[in-house]
Design a protein around this ligand. Structure first.
Ligand code: LLP
Length: 429
């Protein structure tokens, strides 16, 4: 287990807090995040890279967990953000991240998104020629000049779930190799746009450093071609993607230091050859937040049909990953954390779908209604992908820090859901 999770007198603890007491105090389902772990994850990543090259900028991938409190913590530690929507851009600015540390990514931005980027003075990572033309027009109308990068499609196959490999030749993202030079040339001809950077992202939950090193090599090679065109690169953004171990028995993940040791020297060698000194940008999401959080859920019922089911109050409405990517998350019965795991159960949520399975065929202690289960490593792409399916309000998020705990997002109510609905004028009596 990560070291902020411990077992004391049979109960699972997150930091100094008994998960069972947290579930009682705040109710279930409940996301609980450990602030100390957030901070140490960030520092570890930052220091690992800066050991090789001081001019590194971390851009937290806001999609992983967009809670403002979390974004503020990262902002205070010096982070910028990879934002993928106007909403994420607003959150990053509200969190106090300076516009120059933000990159507006996205393969399908609206004109409103582009206008907001222009207005706030953030850099834009362009994903198509159409977007370049639109941004140039919008910046021109605003009388501003916008700094841009292009997202490069490095055409790399990566060992991860196909739905989260983002840099395949067939992926929807980025500009393909034989169009990159044309793209930068086109940008140089646009009066209201200056190309200053390069961007790529090869995929997520990657547990091998090799593909990252390969991507870095491709990026510096392309940097050479672009520099020859006359572009002065102020940053090269090699994306995020370093995975974490979800199965604590079978998976090992490279440490951020191992990642940095494999990737930064490739980058350094490349830029030294070119005689340029761009900043190195990285966009980690999962690695910073994934292991900081547990999702606490209560057992509603246990039944034996063709197998044994544990029916809990959190399903894919709150944690989509198992249903969407067949992801593995450890499940611990928080009030029986030191009991022998002698019974095989399938842990299911309350959603009206057969696929609403949080964990299939897992050995757990003998479980009964009222038990509290903790679903581990749910800080990344957990709450941020939650929905109100089956008219289920989303649950609260709590932060713990030392002895303290507090709500960083309140739970929704059915009234919250109802309040967005309107009566049509022709249905009014
Ligand atoms: N930058 C860009 C441009 C990205 O597309 C992503 C993730 C990241 C950074 C952050 O990657 P990370 O360091 O978190 O791996 N919902 C999926 C993951 C989708 C990731 C998409 N892009 C999941 O739950 O596994």
């Amino acid at each position: 287990l990560p070291n902020h999770l411990t077992v004391k007198e049979g109960h699972l603890y997150i930091g100094k807090h008994d998960c069972v007491s947290l579930a009682e105090e705040y109710g279930t389902p409940l996301y609980v995040t450990d602030e100390e772990r957030l901070r140490s994850n960030f520092t570890r990543y930052d220091e690992a890279l800066k050991k090789h090259y001081p001019d590194v900028q971390l851009l937290y991938a806001a999609k992983a967990n967009g809670n403002l409190t979390i974004m503020k913590i990262f902002a205070s530690l010096g982070a910028g953000a990879d934002v993928f929507s106007s909403g994420e851009l607003h959150m990053a600015l509200l969190a106090g991240m300076p516009p120059e540390k933000l990159l507006f990514n996205g393969s399908s931005k609206t004109r409103e998104d582009l206008s907001l980027a222009v207005e706030k003075g953030v850099k834009v990572s362009l994903d198509s020629f159409d977007e370049l033309r639109q941004l140039n027009e919008i910046a021109g109308e605003a009388g501003k000049i916008v700094e841009v990068s292009f997202r490069i499609n490095p055409a790399i196959d990566v060992p991860t779930h196909p739905k989260i490999a983002t840099g395949l030749a067939t992926s929807k993202f980025g500009i393909k190799a034989d169009q990159i030079v044309d793209a930068y040339r086109a940008a140089m001809e646009c009066p209201n746009v200056v190309p200053v950077g390069m961007h790529c992202h090869i995929g997520s939950q990657i547990l091998d450093v090799e593909p990252f090193a390969k991507a870095a090599e491709i990026m510096v090679r392309v940097a050479g071609e672009i520099t020859d065109l006359g572009v002065r690169l102020s940053f090269i953004d090699i994306g995020g993607g370093l995975g974490i171990p979800y199965n604590h028995e079978t998976e090992v993940a490279p440490t951020p230091q191992e990642y940095a040791d494999a990737v930064v020297p490739v980058f350094l060698k490349g830029i030294q050859k070119l005689g340029i000194k761009p900043q190195l940008w990285v966009e980690p999401g999962r690695n910073l937040v994934g292991d900081t959080t547990v999702l606490l859920s209560k057992v509603n019922s246990v039944k034996t049909s063709h197998k044994k089911f544990v029916n809990i109050d959190a399903g894919f409405n709150l944690l989509l990953r198992p249903a969407m990517y067949d992801s593995y998350h450890e499940v611990i019965v928080a009030n029986k954390a030191d009991m022998e795991r002698d019974t095989e159960y399938t842990v299911t949520g309350p959603i009206c779908e057969t696929g609403d399975i949080i964990a299939a065929d897992r050995k757990l202690p003998r479980t009964e209604d009222g038990d509290i289960v903790a679903i581990l490593d749910t800080g990344a792409y957990g709450y941020s992908m939650a929905s109100q399916y089956n008219c289920r309000p989303r649950c609260p998020e709590v932060m713990v820090f030392g002895e303290r705990s507090g709500i960083m997002r309140r739970g929704e109510s059915v009234i919250d859901i109802l309040n967005t609905m309107k009566k049509l004028p022709w249905h009014e009596k």
